[in-house]
Structure formats: structure tokens, C-alpha cells
Design a protein around this ligand. Structure first.
Ligand code: HEM
Ligand code: HEM
Length: 161
């Protein structure tokens, strides 16, 4: 099917926002990981560490809304393709989309465990179960993210082709 300029703009809004969100989530993960690496070699002061952690918490609180926004753009494109471009419903869902929904759930649970860690009165939040869950989901999320971006490019080729 031929894709016009408006069609392309509606379809491309989601992949562009998706790539930006993927970069944001990767940064969120890699910056906080660098604290541990650098504090092991003691090239980072406590003040620098605090600054990174504060930024991590502020940005992390925004993460669920960012992923939800990216999914909203995808749904808008789906509705547009379904109604205006007459694409059958069966072609509107994909593994990429299901993994995207899973990413939203993972991001919400990161935000929840992160909040409960940061509101914990104990200085020893490093040993709390939330910290363990936060760390494990955080690592799994990066694999999930890589698969979503890869499948997203394949999906884009199918949709525009
Ligand atoms: C945070 C990252 C992302 C999330 C959470 C996400 C999520 C979704 C969801 C839920 C859908 C709708 C269901 C479906 O089509 O199966 C979708 C569609 C789609 N996604 Fe993503 N996505 C992300 C990143 C990307 C990237 C990086 C690309 C491409 C480079 C991409 C390309 C597409 C395309 C082409 C569609 C079909 C949209 C249409 O029908 O016009 N996505 N995505
Ligand atoms: C999508 C969002 C988030 C991601 C991907 C993420 C990822 C991570 C990762 C990878 C770590 C390091 C764990 C380890 O050492 O293995 C971490 C630590 C931490 N995160 Fe998050 N996080 C997110 C959101 C949040 C939020 C919203 C908060 C709080 C409001 C938060 C608070 C913390 C705290 C307090 C630590 C411990 C830092 C330390 O080592 O002292 N995170 N996070």
C-alpha cells in the first residue's frame, strides 16, 4: 500500500519517541550502575554520588509516564492505520507491542520499588528486598528494551513497506 506524507508522520511519531525513551531508560540504568563501578575505584566523591542518585530518583519518577506516552502514540497510529488506511485488525498487534506493554509494567514496578527504597527511613536500604527486586528488574529491563527496539525496527519496515 502506498504511504502518503501524513500517514508517514503519524506512523513515525511513535518510533521517534520510542527511540528517545529507550535512550532515556538506558541512561537511567547505566548512570546509576556507574556509581557502583566508580565508588569501587574511589574516583567519585560522596557529593557526586548524591547528585547522581537524586537525579536518578527525579528522572525515574517520570519514566512510567514517558513509556505510557510512547504507547499512546503507538495506539494513535494503530487507530489511524485501522480506520483511515483500512488495515485489518489482525495486522495491528505484534510481539513488539506485547513486549512494550510488559516494559510499561516493569517501569511501574521500578518506580514503586525505587520510591519505597528512597522513602525508607533506614540508612541500610541497600539490604532491603526492594533493592534486590529493583536491581534485578532493572537489569532484565535492558534486555527487554534491546528486543523492543530491534523488533520495532522490523515492525517499521513491515508497516512502511
Ligand atoms: C519504549 C519503547 C517502545 C514501546 C513501549 C513500544 C510499544 C509499542 C506498542 C504497544 C505498539 C502497538 C501494538 C503493536 O503494534 O503490536 C507499538 C507499535 C509499533 N512500534 Fe513500538 N514501542 C517502542 C519503541 C519502538 C521503536 C524504537 C520503534 C522503531 C524504531 C517502534 C516501532 C513501532 C511500529 C512501526 C509500530 C506499529 C505502529 C503502527 O501501527 O503504525 N517502536 N509499539
Ligand atoms: C525506570 C526507572 C528506573 C530504572 C531503570 C532504575 C534502575 C536502577 C538500577 C540499575 C540501580 C542499581 C542497582 C544495582 O546496583 O544493581 C538502581 C538503584 C537505585 N534506584 Fe533506581 N531505577 C529506576 C527508578 C527509580 C526511582 C523512581 C527511584 C526512587 C524514587 C529509584 C531509586 C533508586 C535507589 C535509592 C537506588 C539505590 C542506589 C544506591 O546504590 O545507593 N530508582 N536503580
Amino acid at each position: 500500500m502506498a504511504v502518503g506524507l501524513i500517514d508517514a508522520l503519524v506512523i513515525l511519531a511513535h518510533p521517534l519517541a520510542g527511540m528517545t525513551a529507550a535512550y532515556f531508560l538506558y541512561k537511567q540504568w547505566s548512570t546509576i550502575k556507574s556509581i557502583r563501578r566508580k565508588s569501587n575505584t574511589s574516583t567519585m566523591s560522596a557529593k557526586q554520588k548524591d547528585k547522581i542518585l537524586n537525579k536518578h530518583q527525579t528522572m525515574g519518577r517520570k519514566a512510567p509516564s514517558i513509556v505510557a506516552f510512547v504507547i499512546t502514540l503507538a495506539i494513535v497510529a494503530e487507530i489511524y492505520r485501522g480506520i483511515v488506511m483500512d488495515v485489518p485488525f489482525s495486522e495491528l498487534l505484534s510481539l513488539h507491542g506485547w513486549l512494550g506493554a510488559l516494559l510499561l509494567i516493569a517501569t511501574i514496578s521500578m518506580s514503586k520499588t525505587g520510591r519505597s527504597m528512597s522513602s525508607s527511613k533506614s540508612e541500610d536500604y541497600h539490604k532491603t528486598p526492594q533493592r534486590n527486586i529493583h536491581s534485578k528488574i532493572g537489569d532484565a529491563m535492558m534486555w527487554l528494551l534491546a528486543s523492543i527496539v530491534f523488533l520495532g525496527f522490523l515492525r517499521l519496515l513491515t508497516v512502511l513497506g
